[in-house]
Design a protein around this ligand. Structure first.
Ligand SMILES: Cc1ncc(COP(=O)(O)O)c(C=O)c1O
Length: 429
């Protein structure tokens, strides 16, 4: 068949499909058109599970995640600008050549789990065994599997916010109820509100260091949180520590792995994505008691099977990157954080709590516009940021800037940001 004929057939088919969709929406029974290759096209909107519907209804995540208009500066993505370290790439290539292309253990390749156990034992200051570790398809799948493994439909999940938007989608997927618990104005946890809700909840999901705020929760807040856990033995803490290696000078980050007296109620989820600039490799891990880990593993392997063998070999090599090098990377983000703080400091109508970790600034904008409207205005002005309302109800009135980009691009993005901010904030309107 000629290319022209193919195109004509496709156009005819598309046209038939539009007509059919219109009738289907009106409730009339018509026969779906046959596709150019003869198959019957199904209308996706008529085939949807309750889980899909729940996620669609609950999700605050934008549909256009990741798209950036041409010529715009993207301060939107949570992705390190540096490439994956060469040593990690080389390890993956070597593993491929060595034939590490077959299925491996469903809980994670034993050598990676052992390497993780050794590293976590030294960072947590207490023994962590490989039975406590599940290697996951990025942090996202670790979070999803944990929620699926530990939370039932109808149960309550407490989510201190503003926070990473995926947690509420996972709760919706499970059929659980998201209970948003806004943080205090100073960025700390509202422990009274958490305590009040604790008796009715199955899980608290904590993002520490925080996306989108860069908040690192204080030891005092975390002590109180462990007290709540002690009072409520049925409550589980899911601590997402994706940014645990990106903490700025003067700030003390305390991992939930150190919550020894409530260790059987704590699940820590992490990822290679941010620390090692490995977002596209899709490898992360969950740490819990052996018992909980085996349940998380059951759910994770049911969806994902085993994780790519050669990727796990490369991840084991990434773990050998020294703490000094990781601190150096964190320091490079800190310098960019300083650029953002300096650029926004004292600008009328803008305010923010200085980020203590991760690579985001969460900026309050004194404007009549909603966060979504502001985000659209910034995009028109050539700088893409994320709407604050994506990160929970109290994110309304904010936008999130990612500073995981090179300093020159960041400076240009900030310049454009300030131009638009000057047009939409109250004082100058
Ligand atoms: C707080 C947090 N947790 C988890 C993830 C997901 O990590 P991954 O890319 O490894 O799935 C992200 C990604 O942006 C994140 O910001």
């Amino acid at each position: 068949m000629s290319a022209l004929m193919n195109m004509r057939l496709q156009l005819k088919y598309d046209y038939q499909l539009v007509i059919y969709s219109c009738f289907a929406r009106l409730g009339s029974a018509t026969t779906p058109p046959s596709g150019p290759t003869g198959e019957i096209m199904q209308l996706t909107e008529t085939i949807e599970s309750n889980a899909a519907r729940r996620i669609t209804q609950a999700s605050r995540r934008p549909a256009t995640l990741g798209s950036t208009p041409a010529d715009a500066v993207a301060l939107s993505m949570g992705e390190p600008d540096s490439g994956t370290p060469r040593v990690v790439v080389d390890a993956a290539v070597a593993a491929l050549h060595a034939g590490r292309t077959r299925y491996t253990n469903l809980t994670g390749d034993p050598s990676l789990r052992d390497a993780l156990a050794e590293k976590l034992t030294s960072s947590a200051g207490r023994p962590i065994s490989s039975e406590q570790i599940v290697v996951t398809h990025g942090g996202s799948a670790g979070l999803a599997a944990t929620m699926l493994a530990l939370v039932d439909p109808g149960e309550n999940v407490l989510i201190p916010e503003p926070t990473y938007s995926l947690y509420a989608d996972h709760a919706a997927m499970v059929g659980a109820n998201t209970i948003w618990v806004p943080n205090r104005a100073d960025g700390g946890l509202d422990l009274e509100a958490l305590e009040e809700q604790a008796a009715t909840a199955r899980m608290i999901v904590l993002c520490n260091p925080g996306n989108p705020t860069g908040r690192v929760y204080s030891t005092a807040d975390l002590d109180q949180l462990t007290r709540i856990l002690r009072h409520h033995p049925e409550l589980v803490l899911l601590a997402d520590e994706a940014y645990g290696d990106i903490v700025f000078e003067g700030t003390q980050f305390r991992s939930a792995l150190s919550f020894v007296d409530v260790a059987d109620q704590v699940v820590v989820c992490s990822t290679f994505s941010k620390s090692y600039a490995m977002t596209g490799w899709r490898v992360g891990y969950v740490v819990a008691t052996p018992d909980i880990a085996s349940r998380v593993n059951l759910l994770h392997r049911t969806v994902n099977g085993s994780i790519n063998t050669f990727v796990q070999d490369a991840a084991a090599v990434a773990l050998a990157i020294t703490d000094t090098d990781l601190r150096e990377t964190a320091r490079s983000y800190q310098l960019r954080r300083d650029l953002v703080v300096a650029a926004l400091d004292g600008v009328a109508g803008l305010s923010m709590l200085p980020p203590q970790g991760a690579f985001y600034a969460f900026v309050a904008i004194d404007s009549d516009l909603t966060s979504d409207e502001m985000t659209a205005r910034f995009a028109d002005g050539g700088v893409v940021v994320r709407s604050g309302s994506e990160f929970g109800p109290s994110g309304e009135g904010y936008v999130r800037l990612s500073f995981a980009t090179d300093p020159d691009t960041l400076r240009e993005g900030l310049r454009r940001f300030l131009v638009v901010a000057g047009q939409i904030t109250h004082p100058r309107r």
